[in-house]
Design a protein around this ligand. Structure first.
Ligand SMILES: *[C@@H]1O[C@H](CO)[C@@H](O)[C@H](O)[C@H]1NC(C)=O
Ligand SMILES: *[C@@H]1O[C@H](CO)[C@@H](O)[C@H](O)[C@H]1NC(C)=O
Ligand SMILES: *[C@@H]1O[C@H](CO)[C@@H](O)[C@H](O)[C@H]1NC(C)=O
Length: 367
C-alpha cells in the first residue's frame, strides 16, 4: 500500500468519525441512535385532536361532534421535565424560523442542515425533538387505546418557553408519526397555553361559529380582559399577562409579559428554608409580570388557571393575596384539561370556517 492510498484511508476514517459525532450531536443521547420514525397512521382526518405538552406532563383532548370530549393525562419522563426546564431559560435560545432577516436565515443554515441530515438517517432532528416526540407518541398511544381511534392530525399546544420553536414541534410530530396541524384561522406560529386555556374555559368564543359573519359580529361585542394566565404544576410556575378579547384575536405576549419558573413548582417546596419562604417566592413570582418595571400595566380582572397543582390550598391563598385588588373573576375548575380542550375546540371551529386546512399565515417564513 503506498503512502497516498494510506493517507486516503486515514482521511476517510477521520471524515467518517467526524460525521458520526456531528450527527450524533449530544453524545449523551443514548436512547435515540437506533430509533426509526414510524410511518404515519393512515386515515383519521376530521378528528379534532389536541395534545397539550405541559410543563411536566401531557394531556390530550378529542372533541366529539356532540360537543363532549375524551380527555386524558400522561406523565412526563424525567428527561422531558428537565428538557422543558432547560428550554425555559434565555440561555437556551438560538436562531430559528421565522427569521427577522436574510442574515439570520443564512446563519441558521448549518443547524438546519444538521437536522435534515439526522432525519435522513432515521434520528430525531435533535435530542430535544427525540424527547418531545417520545412524549407525543406516549400521549397519542393513550388516546388511541382510550377512544379506539387512530390519531393522525393533531394540534399541539405548548407553554411559552423562550427556546421552544415551531420546527421542534413540527419535527417532533413527524418523529412520533403524527401530522402537525396549524390551527386554521389562527395567527401565531405556535399555539401557546394562554390562548388555548382561555378558549378551554369557554371564553372568547362566539355562539354562531357556523356562520362566520355572525361570529364576527359577536366578537365585536366581546369584553376585552386584562387576563392573567397562571400555570402551576409539580415542576413549574408560569404566568402571562395579556389583553384578551376573542380567542381567535391573536395573542399579545412579548417576552416582558410572560415568565416561566421551573424552580417554583409544588415539588420544590422542600428546597426552601421553610414553607413560608416558598410561598413568599410564589407570591413574588405571581406579581412578576403584573408589576414589571413601571410599565403601568393594569391589575388583572380575569385569572385563568392551569396545571396539576392549582388545587393546593396555600396556592389559592397566595394567588388571592397577589392579585386581588380588582377582585378578578377566577376560572380554576378544569386546570388539567382546559388547555387541550380549548385547542381541540378551536381546531373544530377553525375547520368550520375554512374546510381545508389553511397554510400558516406567517409561521416559519423561510426568507
Ligand atoms: C402522574 O403524576 C401524578 C403527580 O405526580 C401522580 O399522582 C400520578 O399517580 C402519576 N400517574 C401515573 C400513571 O404514573
Ligand atoms: C352587540 O351589542 C349591541 C348593543 O348592546 C346589540 O344591539 C347587538 O345586538 C350585539 N350584537 C351581537 C351580535 O350580539
Ligand atoms: C425563580 O424563582 C426563584 C425563587 O424566587 C428565583 O430565585 C429565580 O431567579 C427565579 N427564576 C427565574 C428564571 O426567574
Amino acid at each position: 500500500m503506498n503512502t497516498a492510498s494510506r493517507a486516503t484511508i486515514i482521511a476517510t476514517l477521520l471524515l467518517f468519525t467526524f460525521l458520526v459525532f456531528w450527527l450524533a450531536g449530544d453524545p449523551l443521547c443514548t436512547g435515540c441512535i437506533s430509533r426509526v420514525p414510524q410511518t404515519p397512521p393512515v386515515e383519521d382526518s376530521g378528528l379534532n385532536v389536541a395534545i397539550n405538552l405541559a410543563s411536566s406532563y401531557g394531556t390530550y383532548a378529542l372533541r366529539s361532534p356532540d360537543g363532549t370530549y375524551h380527555v386524558g393525562r400522561t406523565n412526563g419522563s424525567e428527561e422531558y421535565i428537565q428538557m422543558m426546564s432547560k428550554l425555559s431559560r434565555a440561555s437556551s435560545q438560538h436562531l430559528a424560523p421565522p427569521y427577522r432577516d436574510m442574515g439570520e436565515s443564512f446563519l441558521d443554515h448549518p443547524r438546519k442542515l444538521r437536522r435534515e441530515a439526522r432525519k435522513k438517517i432515521g434520528l430525531p432532528a435533535s435530542r430535544d425533538v427525540g424527547i418531545l416526540g417520545d412524549q407525543l407518541r406516549e400521549i397519542a398511544k393513550d388516546l388511541q387505546s382510550e377512544a379506539h381511534i387512530r390519531v393522525g392530525e393533531v394540534v399541539v399546544t405548548v407553554p411559552h418557553l423562550l427556546a421552544l420553536y415551531q420546527d421542534d414541534i413540527e419535527d417532533a410530530c413527524e418523529y412520533a408519526g403524527l401530522e402537525y396541524v396549524h390551527l386554521p384561522h389562527y395567527y401565531d406560529p405556535l399555539v401557546w397555553e394562554t390562548m388555548a386555556a382561555f378558549a378551554g374555559y369557554g371564553l372568547g368564543l362566539c355562539n354562531h361559529y357556523k356562520k362566520l359573519e355572525r361570529c364576527w359580529e359577536e366578537e365585536k361585542n366581546m369584553t376585552t380582559w386584562n387576563l392573567l394566565t397562571v400555570h402551576y404544576s409539580q415542576h413549574a410556575l408560569t404566568t402571562a399577562l395579556t389583553p384578551q378579547h376573542s380567542a381567535y384575536g391573536g395573542l399579545f405576549e412579548p417576552p416582558y409579559r410572560h415568565a416561566e419558573n421551573f424552580s417554583l413548582g409544588l415539588s420544590a417546596k422542600d428546597d426552601f428554608r421553610d414553607p413560608e419562604a416558598y410561598w413568599k417566592a410564589v407570591r413574588r413570582e405571581l406579581r412578576e409580570v403584573v408589576e414589571f418595571a413601571h410599565m403601568g400595566f393594569d391589575e388583572p380582572d380575569l385569572v385563568v388557571l392551569t396545571g396539576d397543582s392549582i388545587d393546593t390550598e396555600e396556592f389559592m391563598v397566595s394567588l388571592k393575596d397577589a392579585v386581588l385588588s380588582r377582585n378578578p373573576t377566577v376560572h380554576s375548575n378544569d386546570g388539567l384539561f382546559a388547555v387541550a380542550k380549548g385547542a381541540a375546540e378551536m381546531l373544530m371551529r377553525g375547520r368550520n370556517y375554512f374546510p381545508k386546512p389553511s397554510p400558516p399565515l406567517l409561521a416559519g417564513v423561510d426568507l
